[in-house]
Design a protein around this ligand. Structure first.
Ligand code: G1P
Length: 292
């Protein structure tokens, strides 16, 4: 089989964001601003850094600000140009030049597996990545880039994974896996279960919101029946893929923030603000004076 390259990235972004109410009542959670850009832009930039040129966003009702964000804004650009604000003009333009972005809709929130299935025609018969915009991964080498490099070796589906503590495993897909003797970052997956009871979890290896999947996943997603929480689960589709192909977990280098959760979002805000090239130094100085 010839080497398959990853060109396309799918972003499930149709969820209602109930964990973040009231902020997400009329604003898509993917558009919540983390430091100085919306959550989804972090993911799109990560996919582009991993070599993706086509972005497929699975949206739903009330999500059109995402499309405006990645589009050109002639009025804004004209106004900035007229005032000679070239640096701001460049920022506004660069967002619309990140990649070719296509939108498709998930008419009903039936689950993550169903959301990914909505991208079937746009992905076609090639391996692709999936990024969940809630999961922000702060890493020296962008997480998806690390995973694409691993895919180039294995040519198999790869799921971002991290070890979580104690009962937290019940909030994730969980991998029954063993490290590959040649590359300990790769975890050969034997089985997986979505949101297990802690007493039944086969390990503490959680799936995080980064996946590279082979296109066979679509025929398996089409056959899904409701799983954990009554939803059509991506984890169940990948579990079915195990009958046909190898699947690996990938223990990435970096730190993940669950920015879809209020506490996780606050922590991500402080950590990323401190690291921000322009805002960081002043913010750090101010934080030091803050009476805790
Ligand atoms: C989804 C997946 C789960 C995965 C998690 C990572 O769950 O279903 O397997 O571990 O994302 O963030 P959700 O957080 O949407 O409930």
């Amino acid at each position: 089989m010839s080497q398959m390259k990853i060109r396309k990235a799918v972003f499930p972004a149709a969820g209602m964001g109930t964990r973040f109410l009231p902020a997400t009542k009329a604003t898509p959670k993917e558009m919540l601003c983390l430091v100085d850009k919306p959550l989804i832009q972090y993911g799109v930039e990560e996919a582009v850094a991993a070599g993706c040129t086509e972005i497929i966003i699975v949206t739903g009702r009330g999500k059109t600000t995402m499309e405006d964000h990645f589009d050109r804004s002639p009025e804004l650009e004209a106004s900035l140009a007229a005032k000679n604000k070239t640096a701001l003009l460049e920022i506004a333009r660069s967002v619309s030049k990140l990649a070719k972005i296509t939108y498709t809709r998930q008419p009903e929130a039936l689950g993550l597996g169903h959301a990914v299935l909505m991208a079937k025609e746009l992905v076609g018969n090639e391996p692709f990545c999936v990024l969940l915009p809630d999961d922000i991964v702060d890493a020296t080498t962008p997480c998806m880039k690390q995973m694409v490099e691993a895919f180039n070796e294995t040519q198999s589906s790869i799921l971002g994974s991290e070890v979580v503590a104690g009962d937290a495993i019940q909030n994730y897909g969980c991998l029954d896996c063993t490290p590959d003797p040649k590359n300990p970052r790769l975890l050969a997956v034997k089985n997986m279960v979505e949101k297990p009871k802690p007493s039944e979890a086969p390990s503490q290896n959680a799936i995080i919101g980064r996946y590279i999947l082979t296109p066979r996943i679509f025929e398996l997603l089409e056959k899904l029946t409701p799983g954990a929480g009554g939803e059509l689960q991506l984890t169940d589709g990948i579990k079915a893929l195990l009958q046909f192909e190898k699947v690996y977990g990938f223990s990435y280098e970096g730190k993940r923030h669950d920015a879809g959760d209020k506490q996780g979002f606050l922590r991500a805000t402080v950590e990323l603000a401190l690291k921000h090239e322009k805002l960081g130094p002043d913010f750090r100085a101010w934080l030091k004076t803050f009476p805790l």
